[in-house]
Write a protein that binds this ligand. Structure first.
Ligand SMILES: NC(=O)c1ccc[n+]([C@@H]2O[C@H](COP(=O)([O-])OP(=O)(O)OC[C@H]3O[C@@H](n4cnc5c(N)ncnc54)[C@H](O)[C@@H]3O)[C@@H](O)[C@H]2O)c1
Length: 254
């Protein structure tokens, strides 16, 4: 595998570089946004940050910003490169471009690459099957103050898993935060709340609250290494796969 890490100077980019080195993976290019002060500076032994598309790689890892995902995918398709996409906050148009690209290249897309969160997705789906909508479902997430999108892609993934477990359409039931005279909580509502502050790597809690009891399922990430290790595992897993859209459940085999 010849790996390129996009956005290498970012929080996730740095973590990916460190973990790729620990695993002895062959990183052949590290990119940064055109105009960045990092361009031309050392990124890793023998590599400098580059703005050009890394044509020498066979596999791309993208943890950047949603606005560059469409051109990035276009480049990857043109160069027949496998793609691990961790960038969140995609618009519907950007999300549709992911589906299109996956018709031509193997692409693993996950709002969260940690083993624990992917286990949590399964647990939430199961809990939503067992606990009916007399259990009010609320999702609370907290992230560091620098995070640009809200709610987190993981919280949206958890909301989707919950809706699937209940057999409902998320768009029909979801609200995102509350403010003002919102009235009583309707049965079946799925509410998502985003907190921001400090250096929190990523906390997610899914609450099922009935009159007589409450179930809370929580995941707390304490290091971005959890996401980096999962993304690198996904990159290895994609080798030799046929084009298609894969997720972490495929990589982890559950
Ligand atoms: N899926 C997951 O498991 C997971 C985990 C953590 C973060 N994320 C997501 O990953 C993304 C990045 O998070 P972060 O905390 O590392 O952000 P960050 O802002 O620290 O890093 C992003 C980097 O990408 C660079 N960049 C932007 N546009 C670029 C382009 N066109 N080409 C090359 N580089 C470009 C930026 O300059 C920056 O250095 C966010 O969308 C975040 O929500 C996903």
């Amino acid at each position: 595998m010849k790996l390129a890490i996009l956005g290498g100077a970012g929080r996730m980019g740095q973590m990916l570089l460190a973990n790729a080195k620990d695993l002895g993976l062959d990183v052949v290019a590290v990119t940064e946004i055109p105009g960045s002060a990092h361009i031309g500076q050392p990124a890793a032994p023998g590599l400098v940050y580059q703005a050009d598309w890394p044509t020498n790689a066979d596999t791309i890892i993208d943890f950047t910003f949603h606005t560059c995902v469409i051109p990035n995918l276009r480049n990857a398709v043109a160069n027949r490169q496998a793609y691990v996409l961790g960038t969140t906050g995609l618009t519907p148009e950007e999300r549709a471009a992911v589906d299109e690209a996956a018709k031509q290249i193997p692409l693993c897309f996950a709002p969260n690459f940690s083993l624990g969160v992917n286990l949590l997705l399964g647990l939430v789906r199961r809990a939503a099957q067992v606990l009916d909508d007399s259990y009010d479902a609320e999702i609370v997430e907290m992230h560091h103050r620098h995070k640009k999108d809200a709610p987190s892609g993981t919280a949206l993934g958890l909301a989707q898993a919950l809706a699937q477990g209940r057999g409902v359409n998320l768009d029909d039931e979801a609200i995102y935060g509350r403010h003002g005279i919102v009235g009583e909580r309707p049965r079946g509502q799925i509410a998502v709340h985003a907190l921001r502050g400090g250096s929190v790597v990523g906390d997610h809690t899914v609450i099922f609250a009935a009159d007589e009891e409450r179930v809370e399922l929580t995941h707390k990430a304490s290091s971005r290494a959890a996401f980096a290790k999962g993304a690198l595992k996904a990159a290895q897993w994609l080798q030799g796969r046929t084009p298609g859209l894969y997720d972490m459940a495929d990589v982890l085999g559950f």
